[in-house]
Design a protein around this ligand. Structure first.
Ligand code: FEO
Length: 375
């Protein structure tokens, strides 16, 4: 049962998806949730939808609280299908509802779904919606996570419905941040930020600045747990992430190896960096998903990437990781390429070129033939 009461008149009606393990290329070992909220007032507002495959379960959740034809507004903070996949059927049943979204979201919804354009209302920064005793304030947050994204602030309750911001992929039977281990939650949030939000630091800061003017008592994201304790701690962490504040003592080594020589190089580099006082984590890409390594890079200053040379290329696992990392564009990092080869050795330069393309300062590359110097 995923429906629960958050406060008088305010319910969570979203979906807990314990089974999802890959989320558009991102490994989710703890599953995820697609949070949606129902706010009961003179006018009733549904905030966000869920992934399409859960449409019927979502409708049943809503019907526990109210019939869909009583809903007046469907506030759509973001159109990515994990938050909109159910909207076509829901909007059909919520036949008296107006969809409230940014203009970009309305364009995107039209591209994804068959919806009645006459029942959509675009909102922009500063717009509000009164439902009786409640007033919703809309704060567009383009690129956190897509151009259409916005968050919605319920002023009278101090509730910020933050959509993809401040979330984490964690499916659980509990609902609030103070019901789980704080360090575990911090790790989940860091992993989520590194894999989803990392490229958008400038846009995140704009939202933080807008949010600073609001009296926020609770943050209700679209993934994971509702935050109600130490909100300042989460906001401070987002400010660090957004400003690319790195841990100067943290290094991550990511590699793959054909016959073990590049692995030995990774082990040697780890020992050397640890001797220099760094905290080093090592990820072998044939053992862990590239998004696991990426999550650890969120605040790491040093990133070393190693690959054997295979058919004059880097290994495909390493290429996939570098492609993914380049898209997420960690800033202000120091990179190092390494690898072993037999006769041509292209992989090291290819890796280094990708690290340069990420804008990293580059340390001298390391290469060896066979296992020369390693055993
Ligand atoms: Fe959770 Fe950008 O969707």
């Amino acid at each position: 049962m995923s429906t629960f009461k958050i406060a008088e008149n305010i319910y969570s009606v979203g979906i807990v998806d314990k089974d999802v393990r890959i989320f558009h290329g991102y490994e989710t070992p703890y599953g995820s949730t697609y949070n949606a909220y129902l706010v009961m007032d003179e006018k009733i507002a549904l905030i966000d939808n869920v992934k399409g495959k859960f449409t019927d379960e979502f409708i049943a959740n809503i019907e526990e609280i109210c019939p869909l034809d009583k809903i007046d507004y469907i506030i759509t903070n973001h159109i990515e299908p994990d938050h909109s996949g159910s909207i076509e059927k829901v909007a059909k049943l919520a036949c008296n509802a107006t969809i409230i979204a940014t203009a970009a979201a309305i364009r995107g919804l039209g591209g994804y779904y068959h919806l009645d354009n006459s029942k959509m209302q675009a909102v922009k920064a500063g717009d509000t919606l009164c439902t009786g005793k409640y007033n919703f304030h809309f704060v567009p947050m383009p690129m956190v996570h897509w151009p259409d994204s916005m968050c919605t602030f319920l002023a009278e309750e101090g509730m910020l419905f933050s959509n993809d911001a401040f979330g984490e992929h964690y499916a659980s039977d509990v609902h609030f941040d103070d019901e789980v281990d704080a360090d575990f939650l911090a790790d989940c949030m860091e992993n989520y930020y590194g894999n989803i939000v990392l490229p958008f630091g400038m846009q995140v800061m704009k939202i933080i600045e807008a949010a600073a003017k609001l009296d926020i008592k609770m943050i209700l994201p679209s993934h994971g747990l509702i935050l109600r304790k130490d909100l300042g701690k989460y906001i401070a962490k987002y400010i660090e992430y957004a400003n690319n504040v790195c841990d100067d003592k943290k290094a991550v080594i990511v590699y793959d190896t054909m016959w073990g020589a590049t692995e030995l190089m990774a082990e040697e580099l780890k020992k050397e960096w640890e001797a220099e006082g760094l905290n080093v984590e090592v990820y072998k890409l044939s053992d862990v998903h590239y998004s696991v390594a990426m999550g650890k890079i969120t605040q790491a200053k040093y990133i070393a990437v190693g690959s054997s040379t295979l058919n004059r290329q880097m290994m495909p696992t390493v290429a996939a990781f570098l492609c993914y990392m380049k898209g997420l564009s960690p800033k202000g990092r120091i990179g190092l390429a390494f690898g072993s080869y037999g006769w041509s050795g292209e992989s090291i330069n290819l890796v280094e070129k990708e690290l340069e393309a990420c804008g990293m300062e580059i340390l001298p590359q390391r290469k060896t033939t066979w296992k020369n110097g390693l055993i």
